[in-house]
Design a protein around this ligand. Structure first.
Ligand code: ZN
Length: 281
């Protein structure tokens, strides 16, 4: 309830204001939206900084790179919205949020950048666990095999780049033939599989230590890689089993033909099925 204009109380209240990071509003102009924006301003700024670091890492460029800044401010928020709309359980989408916000508990994130990954091949960093680690490399290799079986890349693009998976950037040579929605689902399944592989390294090592055994890195790598590869397939199978996709999805993916990689429409059943031709084992 507002006191009558001109009353001393009204004049007093009119002098109240809130401010944060150079943004503010006075009591007479206060709205719930303005208050929420003020409250979230520091979080919004923190998120912007983290997205920029993630974009630089994904594009393999230095911090402050102009393209990375655009990717962080425009592409990543757009990608978050696209992922949010995918017909998947939210638990399948969470890994992208964590990765982009640097919320995966790596050694580097926990303040120990020199801490080695249990695979024995590099430091426990975001780049290592989601790209360089042999466990995650096996997932990238599976994605490449399926993709290359479908559409051979030019010699200049013989390997996928981090941005292809981390930013769901469709590889250039198959941009016109690969379904964007299927690629988004594939990237999320790959990233989640890499995270499951990372956690498998830790879990198996811990279980062995509790039994008084020290497993060598190559054994840990083998177990974690098998776990991760199964999780990648499982992520795609979950998409087809849950069948939360719309008729629009069915029509769109169906129009890509039965050779479409990762997910295609099974003409007999009239449903979307997993399609991993190119992976032999
Ligand atoms: Zn590793």
């Amino acid at each position: 309830m507002h006191p009558p204009a001109g009353e001393p109380t009204a004049e007093l209240l009119g002098g109240f204001s809130w401010a944060a990071n150079g943004v503010g509003c006075t009591l007479p102009t206060y709205t719930v939206r303005a208050g929420t924006n003020l409250q979230l301003e520091s979080l919004t700024e923190l998120r912007r900084v983290r997205f920029r670091a993630f974009a630089s890492l994904a594009l393999e460029v230095d911090d402050g790179n102009a393209v990375a800044a655009v990717v962080a401010d425009v592409t990543i928020p757009k990608l978050l919205r696209a992922f949010w709309k995918l017909p998947l359980e939210n638990t399948a989408k969470e890994i992208f949020w964590r990765l982009a916000l640097n919320a995966v508990p790596t050694g580097e994130r926990m303040g120990d950048a020199a801490q080695p990954c249990l695979c024995g091949c590099g430091p426990s960093t975001r780049r290592h666990h989601f790209w360089d680690c042999p466990v995650s490399s096996a997932i990238t290799a599976d994605v490449e095999r399926v993709l290359f079986h479908f559409s051979a890349p030019p010699a200049t693009a013989a390997r996928l780049l981090p941005a292809n998976l981390w930013l769901a950037s469709v590889p250039g040579w198959c941009r016109t033939v690969l379904d964007r929605g299927v690629w988004n689902v594939t990237c999320l399944a790959a990233l989640k599989a890499m995270d499951i592989g990372r956690r498998a390294l830790f879990r198996v090592n811990k279980a062995a230590l509790q039994q008084g055994r020290q497993l060598p890195p190559d054994i840990l790598r083998t177990i974690a890689t098998q776990t991760a590869r199964a999780a990648f397939r499982g992520g795609l199978i979950d998409f087809t089993t849950l069948a939360m996709y719309s008729d629009t999805w069915l029509a769109r993916v169906g129009a890509r033909g039965v050779r479409h990689p990762f997910l295609h429409v099974d003409a007999g059943a009239g449903l979307i099925s997993v399609h991993l031709d190119g992976i032999n084992n």
